[in-house]
Design a binder for this molecule. Sequence first.
Ligand code: C2O
Ligand code: CU
Length: 489
Amino acid sequence: VAAGGLALLLGLAGCGLVPGSVTPVDDVEFTNELAIPPLAPSRMVDGTRVFSLTAQEGTTELLPGIETRTWGFDGPYLGPTLRAERGERVAVEVANDLPEATSVHWHGMHLPAAMDGGPHQEVEPGETWRPTWEIDQPAATLWYHPHPHGATEKHVYRGLAGLFLLDDDASAAADLPKEYGVDDVPVVVQDKMLDDDGQLELSDNGSEPGTLGGIVLANGTVGAYHEVTTERVRLRLLNGSTARTYQLGFPDREMDLVATDGGLLDAPVRLKQVRLAPGERAEVVVRMEPGETTRLHSFEADLGGVVVPFAMGGNDAFDVLELRAADSLTPSPEPAWTPSAHADHDTLRESEAAVTREFELDDRHINGRTMDMGRVDEAVTVGDTEIWEVRSIVPMPHTFHVHDVQFRVLSVDGDPPSPELAGPKDTVYLEPNRTYRLLMRFEDYTDADVPYMFHCHMLLHEDEGMMGQFVVVEPGQDVGTVPEHDGDA
Ligand code: C2O
Ligand code: CU
């Protein structure tokens, strides 16, 4: 412990970062080049695009001079960016080199439940899982992360996460910065706290949302900068934190919100800040002048009236990423596209909703229940359009995520949704005591025996049982038998 403590002191002298701090500091120097997750290689096998991912242990210098034990896919921390086109069949060989079972869930993906990578598809150490499905949804910034029963927070916190980008004809035709890692830049925002030995231990620091840390990372880089060479840069923002909610924007300029969780908006929306809760994504386009510098900042978040004595993961203000524009910038187009090309979500019609379901969240329950892997909470008929009315009845932050679908927020307490909630969504922050009416349709895939999940995406909450299961069945079909633990047989 003494040696570890000393290393911390030596490594951190002068950089403003406190390993064990809960609250991010605002005097971090932005001197580290932003790491860009590599694009994952793939090979074509009988018309299927095949990727491989290996979950493994490693060490990472999250802070200078400190070796932190981390987990990652194909490397010590985070994972490569998977990328595929609408209409392609993909397969992923998911190998587990960890000392314990994990799973890989494709967050935001429309796919059969058996391929979803939730707690019913855990991969034992030394084993490989091979899901395959057809990409059949609009271009979007999706992501992947583990979802093992009761241990999702730990696995994500240690570093297991990556992006899964989808392209389609409309995104190809759109006027948007598109060069990956250059002017189309993934930014996975996470916060960490290190213990006295410089390790990532989830601590019960009494914070209601889960562990909050004072070390803010972009793609695993602390104090990151990105060299901008174009007049506009597109940031694909993912809140990959387990607990903290961010309010992201630039103090000195507005940005164009171009996409939410599930894809492009009908049209760009000029705004100052975007609130991102764990699991949510937003794509924004930022304008730069030659030679200037600006910083992506997390503002004190408006959490919708959540006021508690302890840090709630939103009441802090700090910088996340520095953008440095070169002295001469390559021209790039104003964001624009034809809305009709992204009409998928317009086909969702409230008037066609056949079923309305209500979900009430308290401290750790949804409709009074906690997660039971052997219980199906909801059975949905394939092809049905449904309204899910979701409400947090306690004054603490929660989110709501539904697997398999992208939904549309119809209203928040009767009011129209804000721009950041007006596009396709799969995860939404729940301001307390407000009713979110979500419109969604369950298409294509039925399986009476394998459930999808719905849950709070604050991962401590999820692990503590704030999750339920739904199956999608044929009209008139009965719910099957959902095994309490798969893979034990
Ligand atoms: Cu991103 Cu069920 O999770
Ligand atoms: Cu929650």
